[in-house]
Write a protein that binds this ligand. Structure first.
Ligand code: FAD
Length: 254
């Protein structure tokens, strides 16, 4: 685990490895893609199309029109032309398809501090756990320059460093991450209620989870007003899903 973290930090600091973005530093789409990769702790490089000879060679080789910039060259060799975050995440292997037939013990919506804490405890208890977040791990805390009031860090720690530790810790316990994947609906799997529920994702996939026999399967409440995935979109919560036979649902009303 320590070696993995140090290697990742080294790659981030040296700007080596990961996808190559070709585009001007001030371009809005370049900033969007870099922001996405940075907030997911993913190493990447940016090349200037006007001054960098390697960038010019890539543009020539793939016959890229200036209007198609920025382009992204993934480590697999695939070239994307001004991709969305989801397309980029899939190209670099950050997120893959969720097996719709796989039933998770716990599905957690949101990879902020609350979601990641729940994931660490669920994973460490051996529960088959899935965490979904529409943007990046860390939630609001990931944007904090310095967190001084978190237990065990008397000198403070950046939000990103704290959340990256939690993210790695959850993965160490076998928690599966689906980031970026936006949840748009939550329904019981069948009627009568059999303990399973289905999460609908904005990309059309579905993931299912069942309430564990003794513990409660948890859905962590979100604060969509502040961290909305798509501004104006509300996610659908089936009325029956809020009234299960036994309590399993942790929900923060907005
Ligand atoms: C700049 C900044 C500095 C801060 N500094 C401090 C501090 O020093 N000390 C302190 O105690 N607190 C601080 N806070 C507050 C703290 O970060 C929040 O209280 C905390 O992050 C809340 O955690 P959460 O997991 O409940 O929710 P969030 O952090 O809001 O996480 C919710 C997650 O859910 C995801 N999500 C939302 N909708 C969906 C959906 N439909 N599908 C999938 N995913 C979804 C979001 O992308 C997000 O990642 C700070 C906040 C900010 C913005």
């Amino acid at each position: 685990m320590r070696a993995l973290i140090l290697r990742r930090v080294g790659l981030l600091e040296t700007g080596a490895g990961g996808p190559v973005i070709v585009g001007r530093a001030e371009n809005g789409d370049v900033l969007r893609l870099q922001g996405f990769l940075r907030s997911n702790g993913h190493p990447h490089q940016r090349l200037d199309p006007e001054t960098d000879p390697e960038a010019k060679a890539l543009i020539e080789r793939f016959h890229v029109d200036p209007g198609q910039l920025p382009i992204v060259l993934c480590p697999s060799g695939q070239l994307l032309r001004n991709p969305g975050e989801n397309e980029l995440a899939r190209c670099i292997g950050l997120v893959g398809p969720i097996d719709p037939n796989r039933v998770y013990d716990v599905a957690i919506i949101g990879a902020g501090p609350a979601g990641l804490a729940a994931a660490v405890y669920a994973g460490s208890e051996g529960l088959r756990t899935l965490v979904l977040d529409c943007r990046a791990f860390g939630g609001q805390a990931g944007a904090s320059a310095r967190i001084e009031n978190y237990l065990g860090f008397p000198t403070g720690i950046t939000g990103m460093a704290l959340m990256a530790r939690a993210y790695n810790q959850a993965q160490k316990f076998g928690v599966e991450m689906a980031i970026p994947d936006e949840v748009i609906g939550l329904d019981p799997a069948s009627y009568p209620y059999d303990g399973r529920f289905v999460l609908s994702l904005s990309n059309g996939e579905r993931a299912s989870a069942r309430s564990a026999s003794k513990a409660r399967a948890c859905i962590i409440g979100l604060r969509p007003s502040r961290q909305s995935c798509a501004p104006g979109r509300r996610w659908r919560l089936s009325a029956r899903a809020t009234r299960p036979a036994r309590p399993w649902f942790i929900w923060r009303p907005r």
